[in-house]
Design a binder for this molecule. Structure first.
Ligand code: FAD
Length: 411
């Protein structure tokens, strides 16, 4: 019998289900997720939800009634342990099985764990946290009280957003980054320096070039009390949040014999090495028309747009996934929006003023515009997205000149 199952009830899984209905698939359809929640958006987990400004249900992409109306089944708090491709079966953690006609994989990723020897012990305490799920945040935000000492390990987007949210709740924050600058993986030194200044001015004790070597525990062994770092530095902590990246959940696909290479390998139609199985979101490695190579992205726009392409493939309406990557991050009063991928740029052009917290940074490679980071420039960002998508050269002097509207450059 015809039955499409989707494994993973996150942003991509939820979107894939509704996109299938929108694209005309009317048969049986079920989304399976190991979390207890309806598919939800994760960005607020380090922002509004962490600050206690909204409830978990407001993060849900759609409420229960929408699934009922669209006749989309939900199997939550259920984990798929194995895909038996020969018999087209999914095997659950309780041993039960279902038969699929076609399958969507939207298994996302999990927080990368620390490798220091104290980390396993720390995970059994009550004040050492990773941040990926609603449940993680519920535990963290209870500790957001004035004067509490938080050590954030990792100066990437998640770590910095946690720091900004904690400062808003009058928590004392230290951020530890092993590399010489924050956001090193994704942006230019000028942007890193800008964000470092912003955080320090807000009261964050931000340290770079420093590695965590160990942890202290209380006598009962149920709480971390301090973080040890290179150079003999010891930082007392009431709680610790680790944000050191993501590992894609590819084990299920790999064990089923699907191609996996830094993500579940899909083609430009979001189809895996098995024509009956599509995949979308953080878990995929996909060919990027824009970058001219395979990439794996961790962003909501990618999860949503790739899920729609995957739905098209399952519904017999294939279309090529050719979106230009984009992403955002909110810290304090700064709305950062990024498009393209800046790796390999050879020219950095600034438009506007970092001092006034309103600017766009253009990244060029051999004259061609490959990426833009815009801070508090939402309107220009919309134009910048089109400019990056055009894969064209632009005159750096004109980009920097605020008297020339970007629109006129974009053509
Ligand atoms: P996930 O959201 O990871 O969903 C996958 C789901 O599948 C999970 O619920 C998982 O438990 C489940 N699952 C996995 N394996 C199984 C299995 N075998 N059986 C059953 N269920 C399974 N992106 C932005 O664009 N902007 C932002 O500002 C931003 N901020 C973020 C802040 C935080 C704190 C985090 C964690 C992420 C942020 N992101 C942001 C990234 C964005 O949330 C992800 O790109 C997006 O959630 C990816 O969706 P996904 O569905 O691919 O994966």
């Amino acid at each position: 019998e015809d039955h499409i199952y989707i494994v993973g009830a996150g942003h991509a899984g939820g979107e894939l289900a509704f996109a299938l209905r929108q694209q005309g698939y009317a048969g049986p359809l079920t989304v399976i997720g190991e979390e207890a929640h309806l598919p939800y958006q994760r960005p607020p987990l380090s922002k509004a939800y962490l600050k206690g400004e909204c409830e978990a249900t407001s993060l849900y992409l759609r409420q229960q009634a929408a699934y009922e109306k669209a006749n989309i089944g939900l199997l939550l708090s259920r984990r798929v342990e194995r895909i038996d491709r020969a018999n087209k079966k999914l095997v659950f953690d309780d041993g039960r099985e279902v038969t699929y006609s076609k399958l969507g994989l939207a298994t996302g990723g999990r927080a990368r764990r620390m490798t220091i020897s104290d980390a396993a012990r720390a995970e059994r305490t009550k004040n050492f946290h990773y941040l990926r799920n609603i449940d993680d945040v519920m535990a963290i935000r209870e500790r957001f009280q004035e004067g509490q000492r938080l050590v954030v390990i990792g100066g990437g987007y998640v770590g910095l957003e946690v720091a900004a949210s904690a400062i808003a709740r009058d928590v004392n924050v230290t951020v530890l980054e092993a590399l010489p600058r924050v956001l090193a993986r994704v942006t230019a030194p000028q942007m890193s320096a800008f964000y470092e200044t912003i955080h320090r001015n807000a009261g964050v004790d931000l340290r770079t070039n420093i590695e965590v070597t160990g942890l202290d525990f209380n006598e009962a062994g149920d709480a971390v009390t301090a973080v040890h770092c290179t150079g003999g530095v010891v930082i007392p902590a009431d709680f610790v949040v680790v944000g050191i990246g993501l590992l894609p959940n590819t084990e299920l696909a790999q064990a089923a014999g699907l191609d996996v290479d830094n993500g579940i390998v899909v083609n430009e139609y979001a189809v895996t090495s098995d024509p009956d199985i599509v995949a979308a979101g953080d878990c995929t490695s996909h060919p990027s028309v824009f970058c001219g190579r395979r990439i794996r992205l961790e962003s909501v726009p990618n999860a949503v747009e790739q899920a729609r392409v995957a739905a098209g493939s399952l519904a017999g309406k294939p279309k090529v996934y050719d979106s230009v990557p984009w992403f955002w991050s909110d810290q304090y009063d700064l709305k950062l929006q990024m498009t393209g991928l800046s790796q390999g740029y050879d020219q950095f052009v600034l438009r506007g003023s970092m001092e006034n917290k309103s600017f766009a940074a253009f990244y060029l490679k051999e004259g061609r515009l490959i990426a833009v980071d815009a801070v508090n420039r939402a309107q220009e960002f919309m134009v910048a997205k089109r400019m990056v998508a055009a894969c064209k050269p632009f005159d750096p002097a004109a980009l920097a000149d605020e008297t020339v509207p970007l629109k006129t450059l974009a053509g």
